[in-house]
Design a protein around this ligand. Structure first.
Ligand code: SF4
Ligand code: SF4
Length: 268
């Protein structure tokens, strides 16, 4: 027996207000109020993102993973800054003053936790290279997190030196250019500061996306992940991350380039 045609809803699926005859004939998915229109738009967008993920999975399986692989996990990242700008004398002076003050006031962040290099599977930490350091934007607001604790550690490794020497050493380690809007040490290829000179928070912080990927790879070390760097309705970059290596996923459509799932657009 042929399937019966889907009935048009007689009320708005979001607020349950009755839909007018025209809205029903046009199979509208909302009553027209701003809130319900927005919710309907979100649902369509969500469906389109699912289509993008399905296409990315298909590409990843064909190009890299093979048909017998476990379906990849999906990781969403926020975009990091990308434009380089000079580390100016004014920025150097600002940092020097902030570090001097942190030393004088004995400010210590005391960030707990373990170094991510030991605490997470190595394949998971490759996510940070793909991300580019969204979390390091906080380093711009907190003077690269260098505080009394960080300076003291440098002094312990350089007996006979002063706090001014420690500050001078950190200033000398600054790159000529950093990412605009990011930490003064943040460059296009990652942090310019050697790992052992970074503040504990820099070596220990784990964002929710990295935390989840760490759990996934602890349970299934060979599992791949599709990584999308997303801003609102578009992704900036997409890659498949497998065994610590990121392979770009090119030629994927943006969500708004896809047809919405369900009835054709003219019926909405
Ligand atoms: S911890 Fe998270 S936000 Fe920070 S660089 Fe790694 S993936 Fe990006
Ligand atoms: S010092 Fe390095 S790791 Fe720490 S916030 Fe700055 S760029 Fe990021």
């Amino acid at each position: 027996m042929p399937a019966a045609p889907a009935l048009s809803p007689s009320s708005c699926p979001h607020c349950q207000q009755p839909l007018g005859a025209l809205a029903q004939r046009l199979k509208q998915t909302h009553c027209g109020s701003a809130t319900c229109r927005q919710r309907a738009d979100q649902e369509v967008l969500q469906g389109r993102w699912q289509q993008v993920v399905a296409l990315a999975t298909e590409h990843a399986v064909q190009q890299r993973l093979g048909p017998t692989s476990t379906p990849p996990a999906v990781v969403w990242l926020d975009p990091a800054p990308r434009q380089l700008t000079p580390v100016t004398d004014a920025l150097r002076e600002q940092l020097a003053q902030a570090w001097r003050q942190a030393w004088a006031e004995d400010r210590r962040r005391g960030y707990r936790g373990a170094d991510t290099a030991q605490a997470l599977p190595a394949a998971a930490t490759a996510l940070c290279a793909q991300c580019g350091g969204t979390c390091c934007v906080q380093g711009a607001l907190h003077h690269a997190f260098v505080d009394a604790e960080t300076l003291e550690r440098w002094l312990l490794e350089h007996p006979g030196q002063t706090s001014e020497d420690a500050i001078a050493a950190y200033l000398a380690a600054l790159p000529e250019q950093h990412l605009d809007g990011g930490c003064a040490f943040q460059t296009a290829t990652g942090c310019h500061l050697p790992r052992e000179q970074r503040a504990d928070i820099c070596n220990r912080y784990v964002c929710p996306a990295l935390d989840e990927l760490g759990d996934t790879l602890r349970a299934t070390p060979d599992r791949a992940a599709l990584v999308f760097t997303r801003q609102r309705r578009r992704f900036e970059r997409a890659a498949v991350l497998h065994q610590g290596r990121a392979t770009p996923l090119n030629h994927l459509p943006q969500p708004d380039e896809l047809q919405p799932p369900g009835p054709p657009p003219q019926a909405r």
